[in-house]
Design a protein around this ligand. Structure first.
Ligand SMILES: Nc1ncnc2c1ncn2[C@@H]1O[C@H](COP(=O)(O)OP(=O)(O)OP(=O)(O)O)[C@@H](O)[C@H]1O
Ligand SMILES: [Mg+2]
Ligand SMILES: [Zn+2]
Length: 248
């Protein structure tokens, strides 16, 4: 007969009870594995996209002064949290690592403070708000809005990627305002800047509206990032590996 032994990871400190013995005979304390399990659950619930799960500060290698500054800000922010004065807004072109830094920050805050956090792509949030819109009650379902309103720290990635309709703009402004009033931290990323380089280009205000942009000036510190598109770097290094392999 073939007997399979299934091994489950039982905490060696508390044998899975959640309580560990202290130096004082007969006294117990809560085991640290409970906190690790809670943090693991928070990270799993944070909606961090698979592609960015590996991101952390150590793997972020700045190749421009503005990227060094942004990384330093993230380090400072995570050390200070929750004693922080508002959020951050990473602005800049594609591939400079805005989402990488935002995810690194989110993971660090969740791990070190045990606070709840959420990652949302702006377009997904708009889609979900629109889908849950109830034309009878003229409201969006709280099922979608509650976690976004209540997360202690929210990453809103790709702000302005979609041009929202007036009522969606109002809903977003409502979310951001509520979070601001409740002193919850929101971190944004966007490809749109305040000043436009070429004629015909749109600014962040063009994309999200004057009122929302104005609110964000007050809520966040802007970190404008420049540099080369890291995705091109990744592709080039992959290509040279393929080339080397094909030469062997
Ligand atoms: N300085 C860096 N060091 C290491 N990896 C980086 C760096 N910058 C970017 N990356 C990596 O390059 C890829 C693209 O970065 P990311 O998605 O964060 O860019 P982005 O600025 O958010 O771009 P977009 O505006 O297109 O959203 C990711 O895999 C990220 O981990
Ligand atoms: Mg991004
Ligand atoms: Zn334990």
């Amino acid at each position: 007969m073939n007997i399979k032994i299934i091994e489950t990871a039982v905490c060696p400190k508390c044998n899975g009870s959640g309580w560990e013995l202290t130096e004082t005979i007969g006294k117990v304390r809560r085991c640290s594995c409970l906190e690790s399990a809670r943090v693991g659950k928070l990270l799993a619930e944070a909606r961090i996209p698979k592609r960015y799960e590996h991101c952390d500060l150590d793997s972020y290698l700045p190749n421009h002064e503005s990227q060094k500054t942004a990384k330093r800000f993230v380090q400072h922010f995570t050390k200070q949290y929750p004693q922080v004065d508002g959020g951050l807004m990473f602005l800049g072109p594609c591939g400079v690592g805005k989402t990488h830094l935002a995810v690194s920050l989110l993971k660090l805050v969740i791990r070190e403070s045990g606070d709840s956090g959420l990652f949302y792509d702006f377009r997904d949030l708009l889609r979900e708000i629109q889908a849950s819109w109830n034309s009878v009650s003229q409201t969006s379902e709280m099922e979608v809005l509650r976690p976004v309103l209540e997360a202690k720290i929210l990453i809103l990635d790709e702000l302005g990627a979609n041009k929202p309709t007036e009522w969606v703009r109002e809903t977003i402004a409502h979310i951001i305002n509520c979070r601001y009033n409740d002193k919850r931290v929101t971190i944004f990323t966007s490809n749109y800047l305040d000043s436009v380089g070429k004629p015909g280009e749109e600014s962040l205000t063009d994309r999200i509206g004057t009122r929302l942009r104005s609110r964000l000036y007050e809520m966040c510190r802007d970190l404008e990032m420049r540099g080369i598109d890291f995705r091109q770097e990744i592709r080039q290094s992959k290509n040279s590996v393929y080339k080397r392999q094909s030469e062997i």
